[in-house]
Design a protein around this ligand. Structure first.
Ligand code: ADP
Ligand code: MG
Length: 259
């Protein structure tokens, strides 16, 4: 099995989906086979990678609830070597449906295990909540990558996230770890950002990535073209910073930098 990494923070709008798409695409561009599993009802990773709703036969809901084989839900994306298991609004019912189901916490884990060695990396784009879907993601993953927005309330909610990680470690996945903490959307024009960077580094120490993602307009534009930054603007600063992050992640996993 490849590495399974959940991208999570129950706060909305901190850069989970942007990071999932662009980190995954940067690693794929370096020659590794990568899968994104979209488990957010919003389906932002799905649409952001150019998947048209009308072309989706099976989505992650069908995999988790109807037990459709995950292989039949996989779609290629606009990036080479990057596939996705899409999410649609179907998923809205899953949180409550899962509650009464057998083996509810391990359904995603089972599905991802069915993939065997097909992918070097699997990234799970989590929803902005700590419900059954996130528990499924944490149970299925080796580690969690936590994007933190470089703003005043950055640390808010993180203790709750860490508590949930501990609970999952205790009950379902004792090897779960923190992959890394990523500072996102840093606004170079304010001092506030620098204070937050300091605060997050004091709390998480060397688990904070050296790469910090600035606020970059092209990163916000790319999804409306259905492309990762690696395709939309390959020589832009946005592509460069996510490639820097990809290098850190590959190194942490003992992988060669193929390019
Ligand atoms: P989440 O998945 O945590 O809800 P998103 O990745 O969707 O967060 O980001 C929230 C919004 O911020 C989106 O509109 C996205 O395009 C924008 N955004 C994310 N990262 C950046 C960035 N580094 N620079 C500019 N805009 C960004
Ligand atoms: Mg999102």
């Amino acid at each position: 099995m490849g590495s399974v990494i959940a991208v999570a923070n129950q706060k909305g709008g901190v850069g989970k989906t942007t990071t999932t798409i662009n980190l995954a695409a940067s690693i794929a561009k370096r020659g590794y086979k990568v899968l994104i599993v979209d488990i957010d009802t919003q389906g932002n990773a799905t649409s952001g990678l150019g998947i048209e709703k009308s072309t989706i036969e099976y989505d992650i809901y069908n995999v988790l609830i109807d037990e459709i084989p995950i292989a039949s839900a996989i779609k290629p994306t606009s990036s080479k070597k990057l596939d996705i298991v899409p999410a649609t609004i179907n998923l809205a019912g899953a949180e409550t449906e899962l509650i009464s189901m057998m083996a509810r916490e391990t359904r995603l884990k089972g599905a991802i295990e069915d993939l065997g060695d097909k992918y070097d990396f699997v990234f799970i784009d989590c929803p902005p909540s700590l419900g059954q879907l996130s528990i499924n993601a944490f149970t299925a993953s080796q580690s969690i990558l936590i994007p933190v927005q470089s703003e005043y309330y950055a640390m808010e909610g993180l203790s709750q996230l860490l508590n949930t990680i501990r609970l999952v470690q205790k009950h379902f996945n004792k090897d779960l770890g923190v992959e890394g903490v990523l500072l996102t959307m840093l606004d170079a024009r304010t001092n506030l950002g620098a204070d937050v960077v300091q605060q997050v580094k004091e709390y998480f120490g060397d688990r904070v990535y050296k790469t910090i993602i600035p606020r970059i307009t092209k990163l916000a534009e790319a999804p409306s073209y259905g492309e990762a930054i690696t395709e939309y603007a390959p020589s832009s600063r946005g592509a460069k910073v996510y490639d820097d992050l990809a290098k850190e992640v590959l190194k942490a996993h003992g992988k060669r930098l193929k390019k």
